[in-house]
Design a protein around this ligand. Structure first.
Ligand code: 8YV
Length: 331
């Protein structure tokens, strides 16, 4: 009987995925639902043929460059691969895959929810009742937010998720603008009614709401730098469901505190899971809405992500190219 490949899974996954993995592979699943330590990850790379990490695991060059690293495939349970040194893995002949597409719509839903919730002060309003604060009843001038319809939405990164956000936002009457390395195909731009800005600076200066939807790569680290954040209008809002590292979080906080940016809806943080206490203060003051990285957190999505991981592993083991290979040139 052929020996089953050893697959180390760093976090607990949905039950149906775990069961299937145990049927197919010699799956060692970290059932303790906390991230594995750097030492445990390094050890897993020395013993496993295949590693299934998540956003909470850092697969550095040091991990893959260990002389006795045994890994042949890193099948990421996640779309973003900024937790993996893809170049170092590639140089060592290790294949890397991710789970694109299945979390596009869920992440776009969360993004749209924040685009609505921040200007309409939804969490601030709800907290009046849930925290038992006094409510004098309806008033013509109380708890007023800003209208969504007609405002300009600037999407930073018009990939699958950016486009899914644009589709939703259009239905809410927002004007769609975007910055991307390249313009999208004319057919898509037309369908989305989207205006391309080659200059991110110029777009930022003119938008009412900015949504960050690009991956975190060396090229997008602090893409919204201190200088660029200062271009944003005083009454504008920023929504980030991508990665905290894309914005200079300290500067963002200072600008919101100083009334230089209207507010923010954040699902991701620069030093996740640490959340800057200043952000918590701003949330209590109703200036920002903070979500604990829940963009793709649906039962359906997590099962589909697991199914993708399994397909990637099985195709790899069948000596074919897995469907969701990530190459350094794609980053
Ligand atoms: C995932 C994400 O839940 O897929 C991504 O890039 O940011 C999340 O929504 C997480 O990464 C899983 O590893």
């Amino acid at each position: 009987v052929k020996k089953k490949p050893l697959v180390v899974v760093t976090r607990k996954l949905p039950d149906s995925i775990e069961t299937r993995m145990r049927e197919l592979f010699d799956a060692r699943i970290n059932l303790d639902d906390t991230p594995m330590s750097a030492e445990q990850i390094a050890e897993a790379a020395r013993t496993a043929d295949i590693l299934v990490p998540t956003v909470t695991d850092h697969i550095s060059a040091d991990v893959v460059n260990q002389p006795d690293c045994k890994l042949k495939l890193i099948a990421n349970f996640g779309n973003g691969v900024d937790n993996i040194d893809v170049e170092a893995a590639h140089a060592r002949g290790i294949t890397v895959t991710n789970t694109p597409k299945v979390l596009t719509e869920d992440t776009a839903d969360m993004t749209m929810a924040l685009i609505l919730a921040v200007p309409r002060r939804m969490i601030e309003g709800a907290s009046v009742l849930t925290e038992g604060k006094p409510w004098a009843g309806w008033s013509p001038t109380w708890m007023l937010g800003h209208r969504i319809g007609g405002k300009r939405l600037g999407i930073v990164g018009m990939g699958r998720i950016g486009q899914a956000v644009a589709r939703r936002a259009r239905a809410f009457g927002l004007q769609i603008h975007y910055h991307n390395r390249r313009p999208v195909a004319p057919k898509i731009a037309e369908e989305l009614g989207a205006t391309y800005w080659e200059s991110l600076d110029q777009m930022l200066a003119r938008m009412d709401i900015i949504s960050v939807n690009c991956p975190h790569t060396p090229a997008t680290y602090h893409l919204l730098s201190a200088r660029r954040l200062k271009l944003i209008r005083k009454d504008a809002y920023i929504v980030n469901t991508a990665r905290g590292e894309v914005t200079d979080e300290d500067t963002l906080i200072k600008l919101i505190e100083g009334g230089e940016i209207g507010g923010a809806g954040l699902d991701v943080y620069e030093h996740e899971p640490a959340v800057n206490p200043k952000l918590v203060r701003l949330a209590k003051a109703g200036k920002v809405i903070l979500m604990p990285h829940m963009g793709s957190a649906t039962i359906e999505g997590r099962v589909e992500m697991g199914e993708k991981v399994i397909i990637n592993i099985r195709t790899f083991l069948d000596a074919h190219k897995p469907p969701d290979r990530v190459l350094p040139s794609m980053l």
